[in-house]
Ligand binder design. Structure first.
Ligand code: TYM
Length: 383
């Protein structure tokens, strides 16, 4: 853990993250009201994740909007490390990408890092393959455009990308990699090579690449931005989200390695309700009498924070809940009920889409859709 009480790396988040400090430390920029207005203008509508500052930081987002306005276009890239079943935190960047894809009419590339997760020791080859298949089915449940989305597993697609990996890895030396990623002499050399692999999709098109993801992935993009122009490409742009905390408290992030304190996409409605009612960290007071007098601390209350960041679209209703709960008029059990209901309707819609069209969308996004066919026909090089 670092001196400021929190640490964020691509593999772990610890402590209570101070997002302002993190922006300073990483050298990113806060999404200003002006930028939000510009996005709204070009997208033709607002998005709750931006309005509530869940997506809060960026690099070069203004340039992306300019490219779009000029008609030069851009493309989207995001990914998943198949280390287990997906939780709510994992799927949010994919829903946000869907909105961006629809509103800006752009291609989206999704990298499934079966190589990375083997090197980080997240399972056997068979386990990781099985997580990858299940994760891709969940991504299919998001309902992305099957002709403008390409989902690929690194090990399977590597033959088409290796030329690019060779060129990228030549530009990064161990001294830079170890200082940026914290590698040391006991890190396996797969992990040392891996950053080049995660950078490849930023070079899939000559246009600017915009990456929607939580800010934990930023390290890769800092390294990409150091070398992109030398290779004749744009520096990758990003739009960063905060982390959804575990149910049990505001510290760290929700993680599939702690499924009991996470909401998993395949949790049943009864499991969701039980986890929220029993586990969600409360900013309310210990006794009912005290709560009625003092009210809740919204800043640490997981149910309120989740509603605010992700699940309560209606601004007036959110304001009302915040007012009543912080004054003690609403009890912890009541706000938790509201959250459990919202989560269950979100998950039900997700599962329904997955059951109805998941297999078909998966096949198209991986192999048969327009963009997928084009990508399988192509050798990715940096020319
Ligand atoms: P992974 O599998 O750790 O995470 C997948 C995506 O989910 C985001 N995320 C979260 N967001 C909010 N709250 C949380 N608690 C939370 N946990 C995870 C991550 O930021 C990420 O967007 N190496 C990557 C895979 C990858 C990738 C990419 C991710 C390859 N290329 C490009 C983003 C963009 C990984 O293991 O992600």
């Amino acid at each position: 853990m670092q001196d400021n009480g929190f640490e964020v790396t691509p593999w772990d988040v610890e402590g209570n993250v101070d997002y302002r400090k993190l922006v300073e430390k990483f050298g990113t920029e806060i999404i200003t009201d002006k930028l939000k207005k510009d996005i709204k203008k070009q997208a033709g509508e607002d998005h709750m994740y931006l309005r509530r500052d869940y997506f809060f930081s960026h690099r070069d987002l203004g340039k992306v909007l300019k490219d779009h306005e000029r008609g030069d276009g851009f493309f989207l890239y995001t990914g998943i490390g198949p280390s287990g079943p997906m939780h709510i935190g994992h799927i949010i960047p994919f829903y946000f990408s869907k909105w961006l894809q629809e509103r800006f009419d752009v291609n989206l590339y999704i990298q499934v890092t079966d190589d990375e997760r083997y090197w980080t020791g997240d399972g056997t080859t068979e386990e990781i393959e099985s997580y990858a298949e299940k994760n891709i089915m969940d991504i299919a449940g998001v309902g992305l455009d099957p002709d403008r989305t390409f989902v690929f597993k690194n090990k399977e697609y590597m033959g088409n990308m290796y030329e690019a990996a060779v060129k990228i890895s030549e530009k990064i030396n161990f001294s830079v990699a170890s200082s940026v990623f914290g590698f040391n002499s006991s890190t396996n050399i797969g992990m040392i090579f891996y950053p080049a692999v995660q950078m490849i999709p930023t070079f899939f098109e000559k246009k600017r690449c915009l990456i929607p993801a939580a800010i934990d992935q930023d390290t890769y993009w800092r390294a990409q931005r150091d070398i992109a122009e030398k290779l004749g490409y744009h520096k990758a742009a990003q739009i960063h989200s905060k982390f959804i905390p575990a149910l049990t408290g505001p510290e760290g992030k929700m993680s599939s390695s702690k499924p009991r304190s996470a909401i998993m996409l395949d949790d049943s409605p009864a499991e969701v309700r039980e986890k929220v009612m029993k586990k969600a960290y409360s900013g309310g007071q210990v006794t009912k009498e005290e709560h009625r007098k003092k009210g809740a601390d919204l800043s640490v209350d997981v149910a309120y924070q989740w509603l605010k960041n992700l699940f309560m679209e209606n601004d007036d209703r959110l304001e009302e809940i915040g007012r009543k709960y912080s004054s003690g008029e609403m009890l912890t059990g009541e706000i938790k009920e509201i959250l459990a209901e919202k989560l269950n309707s979100f998950l039900e819609e997700h599962r329904k889409r997955k059951e109805d069209r998941g297999e078909e969308l998966k096949r198209k996004m991986m192999y048969e859709g327009k963009l997928a066919r084009r990508m399988w026909d192509k050798k990715v090089d940096l020319r």
